[in-house]
Design a protein around this ligand. Structure first.
Ligand SMILES: Cc1ncc(COP(=O)(O)O)c(C=O)c1O
Length: 440
């Protein structure tokens, strides 16, 4: 069978670039971690003796403090999901209260809310940015709302200032989910440094990675100690000596979301690469935006005027009259993407999260004695009914949740995923394919 070679507009053959994320920097640090014959994060190990936990935490704190202009503290966590859970626990989000979340995001944004016995409430997205806004949050906020998790979807920072203004007025904590937005910025500061907590993922798909991992950024020493204790069984790893202090050993609850010296070694090697890696993603994403915005009927995700997206992916919507052609567009994109080693797909997620089985059926936990787990008893609901006797039934029934704009994003959008080996000319191959199929 003859294989057709994809060519660019100058007739040159196109190939997929290689990804080279790891080099001698990672190898040397991993060797140093292994040299200690010990991977426990809190001990010094190896020769020369190094404490990887301290080094990695300080590296994060210095990086984000320097780039945000504000002293921030960092708490490592075993994943991005763990980071969100640590933030909820560390910020003391009360059981039975409501936490506002977007309907289009990774499940890891939302599941920690369930496991912290709070109630996720879905707010709609902006039709142009695909992100939460102060207005969409205000529409679903109640006196029972304790927090909002703002997701910078696709690496595009949400407009934080109005969100922070609204939430401060109503005593609502703001958690930024910057899992997809490493290297992105909003008004000159890194995404994830404005809220009460910023949460990041370091899984292998992310701009920088340590295999699996994550971290939380907070401001105050109390929040730091609360998050740290929550991330490690409330073991008081910093040695608070006053038994009456809330930070003292076992004066509170916690799980184990530690990272080991291996992940810290990776993080120490990867963090210095972040700015350069993110700039490469941004260059490709911006080229796609520029090209796609010129194609009639195609509407790229809009970004805040004072934000720079780090394009974890680039997404765009088709105007209503073109939605019926989404499969054709996807097919054309797939052929082009394969030739340059990019990924493509329909919307981010096949459904809004409230339409997934786990939310529709509310089978978050197995309940003893419930045949087929029908109408499972949900701890957050029991607590909420106790503390808010007038709480409406609709809060517990996700089958009644309806976020029209989020649903339109699911029905009409497409996404393009690239990596730091790609360059803007690879984006042109995708844009050409989309332009061609839509001109037929
Ligand atoms: C927006 C968002 N939040 C949270 C997570 C969870 O991160 P992790 O997979 O590291 O648990 C992800 C992961 O892809 C994500 O994209």
């Amino acid at each position: 069978m003859s294989r057709t070679t994809t060519r660019d507009q100058k007739g040159q053959p196109v190939t997929a670039p290689e990804r080279r994320r790891f080099d001698s920097a990672e190898r040397q640090l991993l060797d140093a971690a292994l040299a200690g014959q010990e991977l426990w994060p809190y001990t010094s190990s190896g020769d020369p003796k190094r404490n990887f936990w301290n080094e990695a935490r300080e590296a994060l704190e210095n990086y984000y403090s320097d780039t945000s202009g504000e002293r921030l503290r960092a708490v490592p966590a075993g994943s991005g999901t763990a980071a969100i859970h640590v933030a909820l626990g560390g910020l003391q989000i009360p059981a039975g209260t409501e936490v506002i979340v977007p309907p289009i995001t990774d499940m890891g944004t939302v599941m920690p809310v369930i496991f912290q016995n709070a109630i996720p409430v879905f707010a709609d997205l902006d039709p142009n940015t695909g992100l939460l806004t102060a207005e969409t949050i205000a529409r679903v906020a109640t006196s029972r709302t304790s927090a909002v998790i703002v997701v910078h979807l696709g690496g595009s920072p949400a407009d934080m200032d109005p969100i922070l203004d609204f939430c401060r007025q109503h005593n609502i904590k703001v958690i930024e989910d910057a899992a997809q937005a490493q290297g992105a910025s909003y008004k000159g500061r890194p995404a994830g440094t404005r809220g009460d907590a910023g949460c990041f993922s370091l899984n292998s798909q992310k701009h920088i990675t340590c295999g699996e991992g994550g971290f939380v950024l907070v401001r105050s020493e109390d929040d730091f100690l609360r998050c740290l204790n929550f991330s490690d069984k409330h073991r008081n790893r910093t040695g608070v000596t006053d038994p009456n202090s809330e930070h003292y050993i076992y004066n509170g609850s916690g799980v184990n979301y530690r990272m080991s010296d291996l992940e810290f070694a990776m993080l120490l090697a990867q963090l210095p690469k972040l700015a350069k890696v993110a700039a490469r993603f941004t260059a490709v994403g911006q080229r796609l935006d520029e090209r796609l915005s010129k194609i009639p009927g195609v509407r790229p995700q809009q970004h805040h005027g004072k934000a720079i997206s780090s394009y974890f992916f680039q997404m765009f919507r088709l105007e209503p009259d073109l939605v019926a052609r989404r499969e054709d567009v996807l097919k054309a994109m797939r052929a082009a993407a394969t030739s340059v080693g990019m990924g493509v797909g329909k919307s981010y997620g096949d459904e809004t999260l409230y339409r997934t089985g786990v939310f529709r059926n509310r089978n978050f936990f197995d309940t003893f004695g419930q045949p087929n787990n029908e109408s499972p008893i949900w701890p957050a609901e029991l607590v909420a009914r106790q503390i808010f006797p007038d709480i409406p039934e609709t809060v517990f029934d996700y089958k009644q949740t309806h976020c029209p704009e989020a649903e339109r994003w699911i029905e009409s959008s497409l996404q393009i995923v690239f990596h730091d080996g790609h360059e803007p000319h690879h984006a042109d191959i995708l844009a050409d394919a989309i332009e061609t199929v839509l001109s037929i």
